[in-house]
Design a protein around this ligand. Structure first.
Ligand SMILES: [Zn+2]
Length: 375
């Protein structure tokens, strides 16, 4: 699927939500889910002369010819340790993260997290914050971390510097207005960022929050063959290496949100401590002096839910997409890049085994993955 199609799907989903919930956050806000306007005072916060001259990409044909020079994650899973966080650094620590809410499904997920004394990270969209500030307040009150995920969820390498600033600052303002806190982490939509985006984020006071384990649960919204068992199937494999990780799920979609508890069960029962990402990395979550905490012990009267047993017709239950089960962080990231950008590469495709993976690897060495999938 091209980025434009993915954007259309996302906009459709968001519109459906916007149509059933008027903005309730006090203040005057830009139209939801559209590129927000720039404010002159915000433009002054970024020194454009300091920005790397990475090309502004197009949605249909991304240019990866300078992927190494500008460290374009969407091309080659490039990260920079000075600005990007991709995993909890310590073994047996796990940063669970949920993107794109708050949604109608977030409160039930919060109920479970609260019951199990589990603390996670939410990367929130500004337009959703305007719709559901009370859910954001609950996320704060219950000790979870909140991260900026832009106003209208664009691919950041495809928009101007002014647009990127506006996407970040309007979301920041909505979060400040809703909960009185200013996040210090930015999660780029779809993991699309490069050195220009990094520099803008850094100048605005943000570090980049990525992931090293991806459930692709967002595909459930467009692909009826997506099986929820893949979510916990993946987690069952990922926990076996004992390394620190940050995983990506979404609370915008019902399948992802409703199956998230099984992933929590698997990670906790494997002996991992689940932490907000700022806690596992030993960094500040907000500009304000707020100290978050790790998950606590499971209350004595609470039992973690076991994933449902595989159905007789589900020959693949219990094992997630093979491509995301790698214990090699670099290859896992690279595969995440291709799948994040191309739902035409279905989970079924990625499950076909080593032959397919080998084929992809060979192709990867000849062309860059974006040219294969999107170009
Ligand atoms: Zn997102």
């Amino acid at each position: 699927m091209h980025l434009t199609s993915l954007s259309a799907l996302f906009a459709t989903t968001l519109f459906a939500f916007a149509s059933v919930s008027d903005a309730v956050l006090p203040g005057t806000w830009p139209p939801l889910d559209q590129a927000p306007p720039m404010k002159p005072e915000w433009a002054k916060l970024v020194n454009k002369k300091k920005l790397p001259k990475a090309p502004v990409q197009t949605a249909q044909a991304a240019n990866c010819s300078q992927a190494v020079q500008f460290c374009i994650w969407s091309c080659n899973a490039c990260t920079r340790s000075e600005s990007d966080v991709t995993a909890c650094p310590n073994d047996k620590e796990w940063g669970i993260s949920y993107d794109d809410g708050p949604s109608p499904y977030t409160p039930a997920l919060l109920d479970f997290l609260n019951q199990t004394n589990t603390k996670v990270t939410f990367a929130v969209v500004g337009s959703r914050v305007v719709e559901r500030p009370e859910v954001l307040q609950r996320i704060r009150d219950e000790g979870h971390e909140i991260v900026v995920h832009t106003w209208s969820h664009p691919a950041l390498t495809t928009i101007s510097t002014e647009q990127i600033i506006a996407e970040i600052k309007w979301t920041e303002l909505a979060i400040q207005t809703a909960i009185g806190l200013t996040p210090k982490y930015l999660r780029p939509p779809r993991g699309d960022y490069d050195d220009r985006v990094r520099s803008i984020a850094t100048q605005l006071g943000y570090k980049i929050l990525m992931w090293d384990r991806d459930t692709f649960d967002w595909k459930s919204a467009e692909d009826s063959s997506y099986q929820p068992s893949w979510i916990w199937g993946n987690f069952s494999q990922w926990v076996t290496d004992s390394h620190g990780h940050i995983s990506l799920e979404h609370d915008l979609y019902p399948v992802g949100a409703q199956n998230a508890p099984y992933a929590i069960s698997i990670v906790r029962e494997a002996g991992y401590t689940i932490k907000p990402v700022s806690v596992c990395t030993g960094t500040a979550a907000y500009r304000e002096n707020v100290q978050l905490a790790a998950s606590g012990p499971l209350p004595a009267d609470v039992t973690l839910p076991d994933p449902p047993a595989p159905s007789p017709t589900d020959s693949t239950s219990g094992s997630g997409p093979e491509s995301t089960s790698s214990t090699n962080d670099t290859s896992a990231n690279a595969q995440s890049t291709s799948d994040s950008y191309a739902s035409s590469v279905s989970p079924q495709f990625s499950r076909l085994g080593p032959f397919i993976i080998l084929t992809i690897s060979i192709a990867f060495s000849v062309y860059n993955i974006r040219n294969i999938i999107i170009g």
